[in-house]
Ligand binder design. Structure first.
Ligand SMILES: Nc1ncnc2c1ncn2[C@@H]1O[C@H](COP(=O)(O)OP(=O)(O)OP(=O)(O)O)[C@@H](O)[C@H]1O
Length: 810
């Protein structure tokens, strides 16, 4: 009989409970599918509108080969085909733009239709932009300052967005993108106008900000489609700040009203708009760094040039931006400092918080804090990317505290105040760490409480704690939070007052393992809330699914753009050695490090909990000062070890990935990763436990020869191959003997876990037979006589039942 309660809330039995949840999950899936269908239909409608209006856009649908759009008549696809088409589209490389950027453009310009068509055929880059640019240049002067002169052809084509793009030369480098927000989900034009890549003129004027020329903001009279350059800059690491502001989202005051008279000189116009733009972008972007630098300026565009020359100039400019040399220069210019020049007392946060910050030793903001704070304080949803150890926790805690302070006083000092801020994170230790940091920042705020809801504690104990010590800020892991949502009605009611939802390590929580839980949680909190998503890594797929949590009008703040994702001061290298040598090599690397670094503090990451346990026992037997940390350990033990490691020096923590993300153990001198991490992101997060706050550190990755394929995933990172190691023969023997004498149950568990881990990695590129052979090599290397058998059920589940070398338990 399995564990767990026999009856469930509402007096239902286990099976009824299970069926109920399965039913709920199915409904949820159906709902999602319906939403996707709607999105796809809206997308097609907007394409048609664009085609009908401008005819210049090559239909996305056509490009994808899903419909025959050769004729202007549109034959709607069946719902099934829509879904299939959408699914196909998701699978394609570059599909990350499906939700955010490429939706239903209404960007055709009537006067340029023909030119665009021909240019599109001959150019792959920026064709619509350049055509339109050219045309607008030609028409430019007559358009300036006189919106009447703009013939949009059709009211539906009238632009509805402001967009500002700036490029910064000096630190801090970050990118802020404000996506279009829809005022109503039902409005089909929302989809069509989600084209954040367009710069469209303000309704009241026909001038668009594109950059800075000769030290002044310059406005040109053309529409610049930024999508291409944006993507190029994304991939090549250009640095710029971009903000496309939807009228629907931002407060009215954010939208400058430009009153231009026809006779105004361009300089007058420029300065007028410049000051307004400062207001638009000021606090929400980069403070004194929020300047359009010459580099982005349309040096490429001389208004007196002909169209073809302009196109050439634009091409050159794009090439120049992509050049690794120019990027390198910028990286060098940036220097290593994590801190910005802005102090906390200069920004709009409570003086009591500033006092807490000062007493914690925080005077200046880090760059991510500077970039994030002003946006978040404006109530805008944000997706934030910043390197590990750069102060993201405070970046989201400060706006969280302001949110609580701004909430009505009735929510404070009451017996069960609403939970105003909910912070989700993947591990229990990280939740405790964030709560501790929040308490530091709340030192001088009476009446604001922080609580954690994490697994590993008793539900009833949690409940009592919530009642006796109510809080406005809740830090939780998804599983335990859901437990409370589903089984504690008082708690769900308190969540109804939520004002801010924060998802730390967002890419991990939106990954498949957690996504369903996050969806359920999002369903249980008010829609009218501010949401922040943060991580050091935000792969493109995550940007797409981020809309599960974020409003469409969210900002994307990227402080890593144009830079490598790891810290320069962390020396990275890798060793390749066969599995039988891994334990010896790991031991020798640790010994070498200890002999060189007096106050060493090392984290050894292993692939799974059971392999961690094996490595820990081996190193312990070999008389190293080690501690063990993984999910199989009781919570009290985990908390004790985590606290001990935080405070200590000369200690080695052998751990699974539960310590990979967010954990702030100061002064870690070495991170050793044994075996491939699950993916590139996990490599970066594990490595990020060292070199925090701009300090130095070292990272070593130990691979078996067949694992070398993983290096391809991190080839853009500065990781160097180490020359092969001369293993001390005494050490070799000692390690082998220790392994042979170890408890075989630990080794068997490690074998099973090893097989499960590698079998679950999608990109492993090995067939099952080879994988089992490799597992059996690992088995040899840990001193097992023969591979332990698997339960038939497990083998079937893993797809290994009939694979040679697998032994099935009788
Ligand atoms: N403004 C500041 N001034 C000085 N130190 C700061 C400041 N902000 C944060 N720190 C310190 O920087 C360290 C790293 O911060 P934090 O843990 O928030 O990083 P992170 O970006 O969340 O890292 P990760 O990506 O690993 O989660 C912490 O020790 C924190 O106390």
């Amino acid at each position: 009989m399995g564990g767990g309660p026999r009856t469930f809330p509402g007096g239902i039995n286990k099976w009824q409970w299970k069926r109920m949840h399965e039913k709920k999950a199915k409904e949820k899936e159906r709902k999602l599918l319906d939403q996707e269908k709607e999105l796809y239909q809206a997308r097609i409608r907007s394409q048609i509108r664009a085609n009908v209006a401008g005819g210049s856009m090559v239909s996305q649908v056509q490009r994808e080969g899903n419909t025959d759009s050769s004729s202007s008549d549109y034959n709607p696809m069946s719902a099934k085909d829509h879904v299939k088409a959408l699914a196909d589209r998701f699978m394609k490389e570059g599909a990350e733009d499906l939700w955010n950027e490429d939706d239903g453009p209404v960007n055709s310009s009537p006067p340029t239709r023909e030119i665009e068509r021909s240019e599109r055929r001959s150019q792959s880059v920026d064709s619509s932009r350049t055509d339109y640019l050219g045309k607008m240049f030609n028409d430019g002067r007559s358009l300036v300052g006189n919106r009447q002169n703009l013939d949009w052809g059709n009211e539906s084509l009238r632009p509805r967005y402001y967009s500002v793009q700036a490029r910064q030369k000096s630190p801090p480098r970050f990118r802020l993108r404000k996506y279009k927000n829809s005022s109503s989900d039902d409005d089909e034009s929302d989809y069509s106008s989600e084209e954040e890549s367009l710069i469209k003129p303000p309704v009241s004027n026909s001038k668009f900000l594109v950059g800075k020329d000769g030290g002044k903001l310059k406005f040109s009279k053309f529409k610049l489609s930024q999508r291409d350059s944006d993507q190029e800059l994304d991939s090549k690491g250009g640095k710029f700040v971009k903000m496309a502001i939807s009228r629907a989202t931002l407060p009215k005051s954010k939208f400058p009203k430009f009153n231009f008279s026809e006779g105004e000189s361009e300089e007058e116009v420029n300065s007028k708009v410049s000051s307004s733009v400062k207001k638009v972008t000021g606090r929400a972007t980069l403070g004194k760094h929020d300047m359009k630098k010459t580099r982005l300026s349309p040096r490429m565009i001389d208004e007196n040039c002909g169209l073809s020359e302009q196109v050439e100039l634009i091409r050159e400019e794009l090439k120049r931006r992509k050049s690794p040399v120019s990027l390198q220069e910028e990286v060098e210019q940036e220097g290593g400092s994590l801190l910005s020049n802005k102090r906390f007392d200069e920004c709009n946060i409570s003086p009591l918080t500033v006092k807490s910050l000062t007493s914690a030793g925080y005077i200046q903001m880090t760059k991510v804090q500077e970039a994030t704070l002003s946006v978040c304080l404006d109530g805008v949803d944000a997706l934030v990317k910043a390197k590990t150890g750069t102060g993201k926790s405070a970046a989201f805690l400060l706006p969280a505290i302001e949110t609580v302070l701004n909430a009505t006083s009735s929510s404070r000092n009451t017996r069960a105040p609403p939970i105003l801020v909910l912070i989700l994170c993947p591990t229990r230790e990280l939740a405790s760490q964030i709560a501790a940091e929040a308490n530091v920042l709340l030192k001088y705020h009476d009446g604001i409480g922080v609580q954690t809801l994490i697994g590993g504690t008793r539900f009833k104990v949690d409940q009592r704690r919530l009642e006796s010590d109510p809080c406005q800020i809740m830090v939780a892991t998804p599983g335990r939070l859901l437990d409370h949502i589903e089984n504690n009605s008082g708690f769900s009611i308190r969540l109804m007052g939520l004002k801010m939802l924060i998802v730390d390590e967002a890419d991990h929580l939106l990954d498949l393992g957690f996504r369903k839980d996050i969806e359920k949680i999002v369903d249980c909190v008010p829609r009218e809330r501010q949401s922040l998503l943060l991580s050091a890594t935000i792969p493109k797929e995550v940007r797409r699914v981020s809309q599960l949590v974020l409003k469409r009008g969210h900002a994307f703040i990227d402080t890593v753009l144009g830079d490598i994702e790891t810290h320069e001061k962390v020396k990275q290298s890798y060793y390749v050695a066969s599995h039988e040598l891994h334990f010896q090599v790991a031991y020798q690397l640790l010994k070498d490090h200890i002999s060189k670094v007096v106050d060493y503090k090392v984290i050894v990451f292993c692939t799974t909990s059971m392999v961690t346990s094996l490595m820990f026992q081996l190193l312990l037997e070999m008389k190293l000062n080690v501690r063990e940390m993984h999910s199989r350990k009781p919570q009290l033990y985990r908390t004790r070890i985590s606290d001990e490691f935080r405070e200590s020096k000369r200690l080695i923590l052998v751990t699974s990935d539960i310590s990979a993300r967010g954990m702030n153990y100061p002064d870690v001198t070495l991170v050793l990763q044994v075996g491939i991490p699950t993916d590139r992101e996990q490599y970066i997060h594990r490595l990020g436990r060292t070199g925090r706050e701009g300090k130095e550190g070292e990272g070593i990755l130990l691979l078996a020869p067949w694992e070398e394929y993983f290096l391809d995933e991190i080839k853009d990172l500065p990781i160097a191959k180490s020359s092969s190691m001369q293993l001390d023969s005494d050490i070799k023997l000692k390690v082998q003997n220790t392994l042979v004498n170890m408890d075989s149950s630990v080794k068997e568990a490690a074998y099973h876990a090893w097989l499960g881990y590698y079998n679950s990695i999608r990109d492993i590129g090995r067939d099952k037979t080879t994988l089992v052979e490799l597992a059996n090599q690992f088995c040899d290397s840990i001193g097992l006589q023969k591979p332990p058998s698997l339960f038939r059920k497990t083998a079937v589940k893993m797809g290994l039942r009939n694979i040679p070398g697998i032994r099935i338990r009788k």
